[in-house]
Design a protein. Structure first.
Lengths: 114, 115
């Protein structure tokens, strides 16, 4: 059973650029959530995807967008990067909307915006 | 609206000593409660959860937590810590009506275990 994998692990961008982060869910999981974890803070919920549709969104602007593919892998896209977007971005998968309540997290993608 | 407050940002503790990490929450609706651990350069891992039933919840690695509805607390305890318990610990809540992926986390408590 493979766990949640994220890529890239680290990346550096400049203000105004766009970034795409990728996530492969744990085998058999059809729901994926994305979180932003700024330095010294707890993760903050960005949005969740279930069966390729957004299913819940946190307090993030529209320049944060996502996709989920038929194989349940997912992407997080951030446009017009700002310095405050520098953070660890975590992907978490779970088994459907009525799961056991456990999220399985990847190790994250650390984004630095200069 | 709901909020999660972890009362200690850092907790130093000696090996084999007990540790308690405090978590208080506020919410106008029913919630489920979780504790996650994050080891250095790793993702988060579920330690334990309270969904219903007994208010004393046992988790992995010898951790347990007690849900106190009147005090809106969910403190995490371990009677004897190991060096390997050095990590960041996050308390989280989820409205019972929200999807499972939508957790609200506290700011975290860094536990440093020394010999």
């Amino acid at each position: 059973e493979t766990g949640v994998t994220q890529s890239p692990t680290h990346l550096i961008k400049t203000r105004g650029q766009q970034v795409t982060l990728r996530c492969s869910s744990q085998s058999g999981h059809n729901t994926v959530s994305w979180y932003q974890q700024a330095l010294g803070q707890g993760p903050q919920f960005i949005f969740q995807y279930y069966r390729e549709e957004e299913n819940g969104r946190g307090n993030f602007p529209p320049r944060f967008s996502g996709l989920q593919f038929p194989n349940y892998s997912s992407e997080l896209n951030v446009n017009a990067l700002e310095l405050d977007d520098s953070a660890l971005y975590l992907c978490a998968s779970s088994l459907d909307l009525k799961g056991t309540g456990e999220l399985f997290f990847g190790e994250g993608s650390r984004l630095t915006v200069l | 609206a709901q909020s999660v407050t972890q009362l200690d940002s850092q907790v130093p503790v000696f090996e084999e000593a007990p540790v308690e990490l405090r978590c208080n929450y506020s919410s106008s609706v029913s919630v489920y409660l979780f504790w996650y651990v994050q080891y250095p350069n790793q993702g988060l891992q579920l330690l334990l959860k309270y969904l219903s039933g007994s208010t004393l919840v046992k988790g992995i690695n010898g951790f347990e937590a007690e849900f106190n509805k009147s005090q809106t607390s969910f403190h995490l305890r371990k009677p004897s810590v190991h060096i390997s318990d050095t990590a960041e610990y996050f308390c989280a809540v989820k409205k019972t009506t929200d999807s499972w992926g939508k957790l609200q986390f506290g700011a975290g408590t860094q536990v440093v275990v020394t010999p």
